[in-house]
Design a protein around this ligand. Structure first.
Ligand SMILES: C[S@@+](CC[C@H](N)C(=O)[O-])C[C@H]1O[C@@H](n2cnc3c(N)ncnc32)[C@H](O)[C@@H]1O
Length: 220
């Protein structure tokens, strides 16, 4: 059944009382594909990680189980989401293991080359000009870093039939992969995941390692 516009709008930017309900439902509904995204990131204990459209913050809280010496940052432009994440994960925030920032992903408040890993799940649909957001993700990624964008693709016909296209920009796997390539990411790869009848696609991009730098294990 097609989602009414007012519900679809809550997916884009949860707000008001309804937003406070949506945030709780979303945290449970998307946990599976977010866990898949964390696997694709190949997290290391010392990583600096950024989640774009971090919403409820539960995915970063899970990442904290692996990222014990690094840093975890989320950014979201919904006040409801930002407040909820700060409250729900207050212990990790107080311990300075996670920071939740309020802001939009086309103007990330971070220096160039700040993060080893950057990811965004179920957020790309809301980017009218995706290259502006992807360029920012690329800018803040360190050389040798890894980027993962997770989404339901246009190939999932159930998705297209359910979500209104005036709010959800539903793109094909090939379109997202091309946008990631056009944003200067390298070694672009695609992974798929399913949950029941739902299809999820993940485009992975990397940034070129600094010249002359080799991973520890390959140094002679
Ligand atoms: C559908 S929710 C997904 C939340 C979470 N990533 C997940 O998978 O459960 C999309 C989130 O992205 C946020 N968002 C959308 N566009 C954004 C933008 N331009 N900048 C920052 N956050 C954005 C929304 O506020 C919302 O919290």
């Amino acid at each position: 059944m097609r989602k009414p516009r007012f519900i679809a709008k809550q997916g884009r930017k949860p707000s008001g009382l309804l937003g406070q309900i949506v945030v709780r439902v979303m945290a449970t509904e998307t946990a599976d594909e977010n866990a898949f995204a964390l696997d694709l990131l190949q997290l290391q204990p010392q990583d600096a990680v950024l989640e774009i459209g971090s919403g409820h913050g539960d995915t970063l809280a899970k990442a904290a189980n692996v990222v014990s010496r690094g840093s975890l940052c989320g950014i979201d432009f919904s006040t409801v989401m930002h407040r909820h994440a700060m409250r729900r994960h207050r212990r990790l925030v107080a311990e300075k293991r996670i920071e939740f920032h309020f802001g939009s992903s086309d103007q990330l408040p971070f220096d160039n080359q700040s993060f080893d890993k950057v990811f965004a799940v179920h957020t790309v649909y809301f980017w009218e000009k995706p290259l502006d957001h992807l360029a920012e993700a690329r800018r803040v990624l360190k050389p040798g870093g890894r980027f993962v964008v997770g989404f339901r693709p246009a190939e999932d016909t159930g998705f297209r039939a359910t979500y209104p296209s005036e709010i959800y920009n539903i793109r094909s796997e090939a379109e997202i992969a091309q946008l990631v390539r056009d944003s200067d990411f390298e070694a672009v790869a695609l992974r798929r995941h399913t949950r029941g009848a739902l299809q999820f696609s993940f485009v992975i991009g990397t940034s070129t390692p600094r010249e002359g730098c080799q991973p520890e294990a390959t140094r002679s």
